[in-house]
Design a protein around this ligand. Structure first.
Ligand SMILES: [Zn+2]
Length: 472
């Protein structure tokens, strides 16, 4: 459209009494875990994990909601700080990001980067359940299971990871042909573990939970929750973290030997869940695998063609005030990219263009503006505005009937349109929403997205329209 993230007090006791004490204080009986041989250095774990994490962030729709990310980081930091000394690596940096994906899953990469699906957070019944999955993932990292597994593998090459890891992430998610191909990819080393590593991650994860101040039995509960939901979105987790056998009871048994140290509960879990529920729906693995959660396209410029990768609309929103009488909320990963007489444009990174002639266009986003000098008749003024847009967008066409819609408490109209983008030459989906202001002028909101992403963007546009507050 042309126009805008001890005591030793008992030391004198008889040996028999010591034995009794040990039985009475089962903390002495927690399972000892011995990490496998690993030919990589912890520094290499970090390098490989960073590379793969950068790729994951490029390819997956990140939620990019500060409040949710801060919360997950808070819980994650408590868990990471509770890793037993013998499994700590000073090089490791634990980071926590939320992926705007529906399926229940999480994965962690060597050296510490962790990604949690929004679906996993939504499925968890308590903060401790969520922490259970996170502690399990932290245990995989601390035990260096990714590179230990690669050590057992044959042809492992540092540097050949990032390109293949995504196939494993999204492929595993999609359960499709891609997944079959990715089993041969190196990324699979980091994302799919055998039963012994799963057993170790459950046990160390339970120990980490208790040390951090969470009841480790909640990890077992979370796995039960995942299994219950297995028909819909559980298998993804289960396929990458196979049940080592008798999982629930094994964790419960280990928990009997653990003492929960303090109470780590932040008390914020319910409000974070409410926040997630209020967001636009998360993407499915299928949508992500098909590329529907982002737009990859090639744009011809004077400097030659380049690929532009546009991030999907964030599920969280932030509010702007494009005019003193007007408030509107847009996805939090959109920025104000242009403001002039033609209105204010909000677009994601890669969705806004400035031509050599000074003209501008946006391929993804919304423009909010006010058209002066109207007749006071909504339909007539909307038609006049459309005529004006059609002059600068010769391919603009109607794509259906206008429908009445409440915009900011006013009678409004939303008109579906179709256009050919001047930037990409591809068909684009447009909605024009209008509402009359008290002085007779016309408020308009134009949403633009590539036609193949029409459905995803329409849910963002709808939410933007519903967020409008007018105080004229
Ligand atoms: Zn696992």
């Amino acid at each position: 459209m042309t126009a805008r993230m001890s005591t030793h007090r008992h030391a004198r006791l008889l040996p028999a009494l010591l034995l009794l004490a040990a039985l009475a204080n089962p903390a002495l009986a927690q399972t000892k875990i011995t990490p496998d041989a690993n030919k990589y250095s912890p520094a290499q774990d970090v390098e490989l994990g960073q590379e793969a994490a950068a790729e994951a962030k490029k390819q997956l729709p990140m939620l990019n909601d500060d409040r949710v990310d801060d919360y997950v980081e808070d819980v994650g930091a408590r868990l990471a700080a509770a890793i037993p000394a013998e499994f700590r690596h000073p090089e490791f940096r634990f980071t926590f990001d939320v992926v705007n994906q529906k399926e229940i899953n999480a994965f962690a990469l060597p050296g510490g980067p962790m990604f949690l699906n929004r679906g996993m957070m939504e499925a968890a019944k308590t903060e401790a359940e969520m922490a259970g999955v996170m502690a399990h993932e932290i245990a995989h990292v601390a035990l260096r299971h990714g590179t230990a597994q690669a050590t057992k593998g044959q042809k492992f090459q540092v540097g050949a990871i990032a390109g293949q890891i995504l196939g494993a992430i999204v492929g595993g998610a999609a359960g499709s042909v891609i997944a079959q191909g990715s089993q041969f990819g190196l990324g699979a080393y980091f994302l799919k573990y055998g039963r012994e590593y799963e057993r170790q991650a459950d046990l160390l994860g339970a120990q980490i939970m208790a040390r951090a101040g969470y009841d480790p039995r909640e990890m077992a509960n979370m796995f039960r929750t995942i299994q219950e939901q297995g028909g819909r979105s559980g298998p993804e987790w289960l396929s990458s973290h196979p049940d080592p056998g008798n999982r629930y009871n094994a964790i419960i048994n280990e928990s009997k030997s653990l003492r929960v140290q303090g109470n780590a509960n932040t008390g914020q879990f319910a409000s974070i869940k409410t926040r997630l529920t209020g967001m636009s729906p998360a993407y499915t693995a299928e949508q992500i695998a098909k590329g529907q959660a982002r737009t990859n396209r090639t744009v011809g410029t004077s400097g030659g063609a380049r690929t532009v990768n546009v991030p999907a609309p964030s599920g969280s929103y932030r509010t702007f005030q494009p005019a003193n009488f007007l408030r509107v909320s847009v996805p939090s990963n959109w920025e104000e990219v242009e403001s002039n007489n033609g209105g204010v444009t909000y677009a994601p990174d890669g969705g806004f263009f400035q031509g050599d002639n000074g003209g501008t266009a946006f391929t993804h986003g919304v423009q909010v503006g006010v058209a002066q000098g109207g007749s006071g008749n909504l339909q007539r003024d909307t038609q006049q505005l459309l005529n004006g847009f059609a002059r600068s967008n010769p391919d603009l066409q109607s794509a259906g009937n206008a429908r009445r819609e409440n915009i900011g408490g006013r009678n409004g109209l939303t008109t579906p349109l179709s256009n050919v983008s001047e930037v990409t030459g591809e068909r684009e989906y447009i909605t024009l929403s209008t509402a009359q202001l008290r002085d007779g002028s016309l408020l308009y909101i134009i949403g633009v997205a590539p036609q193949p992403q029409a459905n995803q963007y329409e849910s963002a546009f709808r939410r933007i329209r519903q967020s409008v507050q007018i105080a004229d």
